[in-house]
Ligand binder design. Structure first.
Ligand code: ATP
Ligand code: MG
Length: 134
């Protein structure tokens, strides 16, 4: 199924100057980048974006991290884009991510894991609207 999904290059990967390499990985894997935006989230925006995790002990730290510097939000498109993006990203914890995945290459820890990707059609729609509503 042809799908759209949201990818975010997180502040840690931007600081590492990995934007170009990460975009190259997406394009090499066949995704079409159909929209892209660099921005810095406010704390309020980060809390709204990650609201599904509001009750988790790591929520405040996660939101502070996502506000700690600029991010790059992208719309990735292609066949099975949502699951394929999750595969290209690798496991949430970079130490468990497979070789060749973005998180293995650029993630340092579970809370500094380089990229975000939508995990379902519902979250992809909500998250794309969050960044690209007009
Ligand atoms: P993302 O939503 O960022 O793409 P994910 O879907 O792989 O990551 P989630 O379970 O949605 O993982 O968690 C969201 C983010 O919260 C993770 O990317 C990670 O940075 C952080 N996180 C998740 N679990 C933990 C944890 N146990 N300790 C610290 N941070 C965590
Ligand atoms: Mg998630």
């Amino acid at each position: 199924m042809y799908q759209k999904t949201l990818s975010i290059i997180k502040p840690d990967a931007v600081k590492k100057k990995a934007i170009g390499n990460i975009i190259n990985i997406f394009e090499t894997n066949g995704f079409t980048i159909s929209d892209i935006k660099m921005l810095k989230l406010s704390m309020e925006e980060a809390r709204e974006f990650y609201k599904e995790h509001a009750a988790r002990p790591f929520f405040n730290g996660l939101c502070e991290f996502m506000c700690s510097g600029p991010i790059v939000a992208m719309c990735l498109e292609g066949e099975g884009a949502i699951l394929k993006n999750r595969e290209v990203m690798g496991a949430t914890n970079p130490s468990e991510a497979e070789a060749g995945t973005i998180r293995k290459m650029y993630g340092d820890s579970i809370d500094n894991n380089a990229v975000h990707g939508s995990d379902s059609t519902e979250s992809a729609e909500r998250e794309l609207n969050f960044f690209f509503s007009n």
